[in-house]
Ligand binder design. Sequence first.
Ligand SMILES: [Cu+2]
Length: 137
Amino acid sequence: MSGRPRPALARRAALLLAAPLLLVAAAMACGGNDEDGNTPPAAGTPAAATATMAGGDAGQVTIASLSFGAPARVRAGARVTWTNRDNVPHTVTANDDSFKSGNLAPGATFSQEFPRAGTFAYRCSIHAEMVGSVVVE
Ligand SMILES: [Cu+2]
């Protein structure tokens, strides 16, 4: 008695199959080059020049809503400039004390050069929860 296919079931099965495929397609579309970030480019490779991702603003950090935001990524020798967009003072203070801005009033900026590669963690000495880092490549 069950030799006839049941269209409703078949349609539901097709949807169940299609949904994961759509998710995979979406993930591939926006996956981008995230995984490349963990692999340091071979030294002296000319192709590494294509890695200029965010244009000229990579060295700009906006302090807002009691946050330094995502880590700043720059090349060795670059200068990073912080701008305090909050209406309370903050500081940019290296965890190892290698640089410190002192109090940054609202609207004030602070710049620091990063001559060598590494990850440099810093904090606001006024607000303990405010932490950030500069990744120099
Ligand atoms: Cu602060």
